[in-house]
Design a protein around this ligand. Structure first.
Ligand code: C2E
Ligand code: CA
Ligand code: CA
Ligand code: CA
Length: 276
């Protein structure tokens, strides 16, 4: 028994070493990945539900590793957050997304050029530098502030709410729109939505996936939409993969939709071609 225990211990320790080794290597490779041209942004179209007019896009990071190929964002964003590298990578993403969006034309039927939605991590929110960085990115690109949307997760906002609320207030004074991402998965509450004064919320994909089969998910989604509208908050549903989900969301008055059924994340060049 003693031997088995010892082997067991060795086994776990070795597995852990490998996991740590992988993370350390990834962190090392991620440093300077942008300068080597391995990181890029793709843009996923966002449509107005009512008439399916293209109104915006979410900028999403991609990492093409020289040996491993495409690394899942869920994996490398996590490493970037843990190591603090996200502060720099996030800033580069912000600047590039603004520069790209500044040249987008008005799509047919939209009346105005599309907005660009940029993800902001908790680390960036807490860095104390976000306001200056956003103002700088807007100034350098010439992008109208109203066309920049910042997506923050509820958990990021809650972890330091007093500070976050003050900062988000200043960002909104600049004219930038604040969106709560992955809504419904955290400690979503009416009072929270109110304090943050979010302009919009994104219903998490996990609610949309089963929308046609799970009455609870449909009830929750409908309740979130009604609640948001009563407060003048815009609602996006993400992860729309089928026409049935789209039809149901339109029936329930969801403002905007995003998902594979409407369009995949694509290069800036491809997205610009969509607008013509
Ligand atoms: P997220 O912010 O919730 O982004 C939406 C994710 O859902 C994206 O995954 C997108 O490709 C995916 N998606 C869109 N439509 C569909 C659909 O119809 N079906 C399914 N199954 N998936 C869909 P992606 O690009 O892998 O990004 C994963 C996460 O990585 C993002 O989740 C976000 O949390 C993070 N991320 C990506 N780019 C950035 C960034 O620039 N900064 C920060 N801080 N986080 C980022
Ligand atoms: Ca997002
Ligand atoms: Ca999301
Ligand atoms: Ca469900």
């Amino acid at each position: 028994a003693k031997m088995a225990g010892k082997n067991c211990y060795r086994f776990y320790s070795r597995t852990m070493d490998l996991a740590i080794e992988r993370r350390v290597r990834m962190e090392h490779d991620l440093r300077g990945a942008w300068d080597r041209g391995e990181l890029s942004l793709v843009y996923q179209p966002i449509y107005r539900t009512r008439d399916r007019v293209l109104v915006g896009a979410e900028a999403l990071l991609r990492w093409n590793h020289p040996e491993d190929g495409a690394v899942a964002p869920s994996v490398f964003i996590d490493v970037a957050e843990q190591s603090g590298l996200i502060e720099n990578i996030g800033l580069l993403a912000l600047r590039n997304a603004c520069a790209e969006a500044a040249s987008w034309p008005v799509p047919p039927g939209a009346g105005e050029p599309p907005f660009v939605s940029v993800n902001v991590s908790a680390r960036q929110l807490g860095s104390g530098d976000l306001l200056r960085q956003v103002a700088g990115a807007l100034q350098q690109s010439g992008l109208a502030p109203e066309r920049l949307h910042l997506e923050l997760t509820e958990t990021a906002v809650i972890s330091d709410e007093a500070n976050a609320v003050a900062l988000l207030g200043r960002l909104r004074q600049l004219g930038v729109k604040v969106w709560l991402d992955d809504f419904g998965t955290g400690y979503s509450s009416l009072s929270h939505l109110r304090r943050v004064q979010a302009d919009g919320l994104k219903i998490d994909r996990s609610f949309i996936t089963d929308l046609l089969r799970d009455p609870d998910d449909l009830a929750l989604t409908s309740a979130i939409i009604a609640m948001a509208h009563s407060m003048g908050v815009t609602v996006v549903a993400e992860g729309v993969e089928r026409v049935g989900q789209f039809d149901l969301l339109r029936e329930r008055d969801c403002d905007l939709v995003q998902g594979y059924w409407l369009g995949h994340p694509q290069s800036g060049q491809e997205f610009t071609a969509l607008l013509g």
